[in-house]
Write a protein that binds this ligand. Structure first.
Ligand SMILES: Cc1ncc(COP(=O)(O)O)c(C=O)c1O
Length: 284
């Protein structure tokens, strides 16, 4: 890794964060703020389900308060399948729950080790890893862990190691949306097939609750924001301002140092290994 590639990769990560931020800010428009002010007069949280909790177009949903909290989905997958091992992909981030704090290395697949001091080995020893976009690595893991894998978890587009596009089509039993579904307020959710979701308490035996989950403020901001996004032209607009930002950064980079900005129209990184070629030592 040389200095230039390190700088390129760092810029790429900064750009991704800026794009995320702009997306949030652009849609936190006045209507959301007005609706929140109105809702707040009636109370912010009741420690109980609220009528505003919608389905997000998913068969059955459980709201939580952050992306990390979505990881109740891991408990659910284990409860439903009666298995313990999971597969996660190199470079993917799924919040800071212990089982996902796995040190990922190159190679076909390895059993994970704790990635943060004093995370017990027991918390991560059932976490297997594979390179993103590598079906043969996944097949190998299923072959060598026959009957033991409860779930595979992945970011459909990897946002946490350089905006990496998926090669194959991905279909899921469970989905864990976050961030935007709360319109900028703390939120997360997991959901999917009713048959699986009915395992979650109080309908079923898998325990998971949250005092602030599905509170009326996050639900209001999320509903309005998603409606706004469904309006004709909103993604065209987001693409336009994102394109302008990307071009501005590239131009600025060319004046100083070379830089590489990957976004939806210029995908050329397909896994964590590719991302590392841009220089990861200091980034990671
Ligand atoms: C794909 C993904 N999953 C989970 C998380 C964790 O979400 P939170 O920071 O809300 O706990 C993040 C955060 O960036 C994320 O990008």
């Amino acid at each position: 890794m040389n200095d230039e590639s390190f700088i390129c990769f760092s810029i790429l990560m900064v750009v991704f964060q800026i794009l995320q931020w702009i997306t949030f800010q652009a849609i936190m428009y006045l209507q959301v703020i007005a609706a929140l002010a109105e809702k707040m007069k009636k109370g912010t949280s009741f420690g109980a389900p609220c009528l505003l909790e919608n389905t997000l177009g998913i068969e059955m949903v459980r709201f939580v308060n952050s992306g990390t909290e979505c990881m109740g989905v891991l408990r659910l997958a284990r409860a439903f399948t009666d298995k313990e091992r999971i597969i996660k992909f190199e470079g993917c981030y799924h919040g800071h729950a212990d089982p996902f704090l796995v040190k990922v290395g190159s190679g076909v697949a390895t059993l994970g080790l704790p990635d943060s001091p004093r995370v017990p080995k027991g918390a991560t020893c059932e976490t297997l890893t594979a390179p993103f976009n590598d079906i043969s690595a996944v097949e190998y893991l299923f072959e060598t862990n026959k009957g033991e894998i409860a779930a595979m978890i992945l970011e459909p587009v990897v946002g946490n190691s350089g905006f990496i596009a998926p090669k194959p089509d991905i279909t899921t039993d469970l989905t864990t949306p976050g961030k935007i579904i709360g319109g900028g307020l703390p939120v997360g959710a997991y959901g999917g097939r009713r048959e699986i979701m009915e395992m979650v308490a109080p309908a079923g035996p898998m325990y998971q609750t949250g005092t602030l989950s599905g509170n009326p403020l996050a639900m209001t901001a999320g509903i309005l924001t998603l409606k706004r996004l469904q309006e004709p032209g909103s993604y065209i607009y987001l693409n336009k301002i994102t394109g302008e930002l990307v071009q501005g950064i590239i131009d600025a980079g060319e004046k100083g140092r070379a830089c590489d900005v990957q976004w939806v129209y210029t995908w050329h990184v397909f896994n964590f290994g590719d991302a590392k070629k841009s220089g990861t030592g200091r980034y990671v």
